[in-house]
Ligand binder design. Structure first.
Ligand code: PLP
Length: 472
């Protein structure tokens, strides 16, 4: 190459990204660099590092959205500057959030869905905190009015997601997690009498238990609480953690009674970014009626010329996810959601049938009646020569991420594997996974693992290794 050409092209603006100074050095990782880097070079370097994150579409451990339409991507980019809290500057974003609350309240059979109250959150965790706080405040007010002590609140639940353990600790409420008895995979109505008392702020029922995908029997739990009220005079409300099920059951299991149709259900949370099909960063909490959210939890702030009510842990938050949620409602309608969730559910049940034919495996949840998911274990009483953790590692070599972990509370000796089928996970993709599972099991049977070092891969709220607890 002629000398003058080399000099001419040594210009940051036209130089190839991978021959710039920045791309020929190891970059400082834990301190701010002294100098600036050209945007294109910095962009490529950051993007390249993210290649190591793996491929979210093959992550069958997550409940969260990993596929959206191009229109959602566009709306997200359009909404980059929208702060949902700034209702004065972005009144239409605020109106859209409000519409979503009422659409969801209607979907969940709130008696006066147009007049009820609710809000968007960052996800189900924040929504659960708000639901729990409302229960705590309402209980406290009832007790104070009667001159009774308010220092020992508790809530009763089955195998809950980690957000409820956080709620208990952060807000100083005792969590009474009922152990799984016998073959039960969730809270049972007959458990309630032993665990509830006058200090119980509420029962938390889960629609779509994280560990297995089953629904806890909300209507039957409510009946048990009705009996408790008749016998002991305790009027204990239910909050439903419908993080995943809240956007599944209303479409494909309409016969299941779990929502505000059950009178004792006072509040419900769900993750817009799970089966709500919105991109990451949105959850919802809705109360049965305005009276179920104690007034003292609501802050009224004068903000840029308006007076507005806010009940949330955060203040500023992006508006894009809420707008994308509304887009999905408009775009898909009841018909679209039903078709998507039914397709996922059918594929999960198909996978369950296929897995049932694989010798060493035994189904724990077959995808029927709960979330579009499958949960299975290794058959008891046989030395298989490998664990499900080893199997997770084998299929990981093909890029699949499948969660393996012990069941919670009293059933920790049972290790299960769970596959979630969500939007964008087609029958064909699951068939490819199935083939890799068969190949993996075949390999492990021929090459037993003598000293396995594989352990739980994801925890989803289980008490596993501290570093793993943080995975969502
Ligand atoms: C995922 C999940 C949560 C937490 O929801 P985020 O939106 O991730 O904060 C809470 N409860 C249940 C049952 C869940 O599945």
């Amino acid at each position: 190459m002629a000398l003058h050409q080399t000099i001419e092209t040594h210009n940051q603006d036209i130089e190839d990204v991978y021959s710039t100074d920045a791309s020929q050095r190891r970059l400082p990782k834990y301190r701010l660099p002294e100098h600036s880097t050209a945007a294109s070079a910095a962009y490529n370097l950051v993007r390249d590092e993210l290649l190591l994150d793996g491929n979210s579409r093959q992550n069958l451990a997550t409940f969260c959205t990993t596929w959206v339409e191009p229109e959602v991507q566009k709306l997200m980019a359009d909404a980059l500057d929208k702060n949902m809290i700034d209702k004065d500057e972005y009144p239409q974003t605020a109106e859209i959030e409000n519409r979503c609350v009422h659409i969801i309240a209607d979907l969940w059979h709130a008696p006066k869905s147009w007049d009820t109250i609710g809000c968007s959150t960052t996800g189900s965790s924040e929504a659960a905190m708000l639901g729990g706080l409302a229960l705590k405040w309402a209980w406290k007010k009832r007790r104070e009015a009667l001159g009774l002590p308010t220092d020992k609140p508790n809530f009763v639940c089955g195998p809950v997601q980690i957000c409820w353990k956080k709620f208990a600790r952060y807000f100083d409420v005792e969590m009474r997690e009922v152990p799984l008895r016998g073959d039960a995979l969730g809270l049972q109505p007959q458990d309630l009498r032993d665990y509830c008392d006058e200090n119980t702020i509420g029962v938390v029922a889960t629609l779509g238990v994280t560990f297995t995908g089953i629904y806890e029997p909300v209507a039957a739990l409510a009946q048990a609480l009705d009996a408790l009220q008749r016998d002991l005079g305790l009027d204990i409300p239910i909050h439903v953690d419908a993080a995943s099920g809240g956007f599944v059951a209303p479409f494909i299991q309409r016969e299941v009674e779990w929502d505000f149709a059950v009178e004792r259900v006072k509040s419900i949370n769900a993750s817009g970014h799970k089966y709500g099909l919105a991109p990451l960063g949105v959850g919802w909490v809705v109360w049965r009626s305005k009276v179920d959210l104690p007034e003292d939890l609501i802050f009224y702030v004068d903000y840029l010329g308006g007076n507005m009510a806010t009940f949330a842990l955060n203040f500023s938050r992006p508006g894009g996810e809420i707008i994308a949620q509304y887009y999905n409602f408009l775009r898909l309608g009841r018909e679209g959601y039903t078709r998507i969730q039914q397709a996922c559910s059918d594929t999960a049940q198909w996978l369950a049938q296929e897995l049932a034919c694989i010798g060493p495996l035994e189904l724990v949840y077959d995808g029927q009646g709960g979330l579009p998911a499958v949960c299975y274990k290794l058959k008891d009483g046989v030395d298989h020569g490998f664990t499900l953790y080893d199997l997770s590692e084998r299929v990981r070599m093909r890029g699949w991420q499948i969660a393996s972990y012990p069941l919670p509370s009293d059933r920790q000796t049972v290790v299960v594997q769970r596959v979630l089928v969500r939007h964008g996970v087609s029958r064909d993709l699951i068939a490819l996974l199935l083939q890799d599972l068969r190949t993996g099991i075949d390999f492990l049977q021929r090459n037993p693992v003598l000293h396995s070092t594989a352990g739980p891969t994801f925890s989803h709220g289980a008490e596993a290794a501290p570093a793993l607890q943080l995975s969502a």
